[in-house]
Design a protein around this ligand. Structure first.
Ligand code: NAD
Length: 323
């Protein structure tokens, strides 16, 4: 498979590593508006460097593209690819504003091309185990989903991540979009949300947020995300009346801890730990292109996350993530 990567910054590396893992796959082209970034990236990972997605498409038609540009560019970049007939895996969030996410979901529907959002935590084997246990009724009635993606990353409070024109908000859009997708992946659609957003600077997006989400099935989700928490925490758990399941990114490794009444906590083995999420996501993308069923987030899934985050921002008295 001939693959292109658009946007040659931080996360592009993780995707290039995945392409390299498959002998049959070749990174044939990369694009970045920062020409030097494209050239450096191509020198390290392969492919011909281009300054824009349009230049790239004028010269080569890859079998698939991975979009790794900032959210405010996703609509233009992904539209160019889909219009040219190229299937897409687009980094999260689908877009920085709901209007763009809607336009992309519509375009994906019209073209019928494979188009997915890279909500990689779905491919943490722990998330899939929890989803399967819930589906099989092994947890009993699930009451609660708890998730934290919090840590101390003050540099992000002045980076594009908290520039609403680029990111669409701040930490909620960045980390929280993963959280909302994870809850929906494991426990089904969220029907309602109450949010508290925390800001640090005028005109900038949130640096932390706490959410209470209520899923259609009645599960309450308690989600905390932060760039400014001195206490790092990356974990999620579900609590059912017959079983609670917990995964901690720092300590669980390739296990999920199961709690059952009358039993000691039990470490359930996973095929691998959370580190495999990018490679498993890429494997799923390849399989989806071959027509196989997929757990990848569709553009409709991505749009639903964007709508939930927009609702949180409106509750905070803002639109488009601006303090
Ligand atoms: N799944 C994850 O865990 C994860 C982690 C980090 C970032 N991301 C997502 O990946 C995307 C990129 O984030 P990043 O951290 O790599 O950002 P980055 O700033 O490190 O890199 C973005 C690159 O895109 C380039 N670019 C900007 N506009 C462009 C355009 N129109 N065409 C071509 N290139 C363009 C920039 O010059 C830059 O080199 C974002 O959507 C972000 O939310 C996801």
């Amino acid at each position: 498979m001939n693959v292109a990567i658009i946007g040659c910054g931080g996360i592009a590396r993780a995707h290039a590593e995945c392409v390299r893992e498959f002998e049959e796959d070749h990174l044939v082209a990369v694009a970045d508006i920062d020409r030097e970034a494209a050239e450096r990236f191509a020198a390290q990972w392969g492919g011909k460097p281009f300054p824009t997605v349009e230049n790239l498409l004028a010269e080569t038609l890859p079998d698939a593209a991975i979009v790794c540009t900032p959210p405010n560019t996703h609509r233009a970049v992904v539209s160019a690819l889909l219009t040219a007939g190229v299937p897409v895996l687009c980094e999260k969030p689908l877009a920085h504003i709901v209007r763009d996410a809607e336009a992309l979901a519509d375009l994906a529907g019209e073209t019928g091309l494979p188009a997915y959002v890279a909500y990689c935590h779905r491919f943490n084997p722990a998330a899939r185990l929890m989803r399967d246990y819930v589906g099989q009724g092994r947890t009993g009635r699930v009451h609660t989903f708890r998730n934290a993606f919090i840590g101390f990353a003050p540099h992000l409070t002045t980076a594009w991540r908290t520039e609403p024109d680029i990111s669409g908000g701040g930490c909620l859009m960045d980390n929280g979009s993963h959280s909302v997708d994870l809850q929906q992946f494991i426990l089904g659609p969220i029907a309602d949300v109450y949010a508290s957003l925390h800001f640090d600077g005028q005109g900038r997006g949130d640096v932390a947020a706490d959410l209470l989400t209520i899923s259609e099935s009645g599960v309450a989700g308690l989600i905390s995300v932060s760039y400014v928490s001195p206490k790092p925490e990356a974990r999620f758990e579900i609590i059912g009346n017959e079983m609670a399941l917990e995964y901690d990114y720092a300590t669980s490794g390739a296990t999920v801890t199961a709690y059952r009444p009358g039993h000691d906590p039990e470490r359930l083995p996973l095929p691998a730990g959370c580190d495999v999420r990018f490679i498993e996501q890429y494997r799923a993308f390849r399989e989806a292109l071959q027509g196989r069923p997929t757990d990848l987030a569709t553009f409709e899934d991505g749009l639903s996350v964007s709508r939930i985050i927009d609702r949180c921002q409106r509750q905070a008295g803002i639109t488009g993530g601006i303090a």
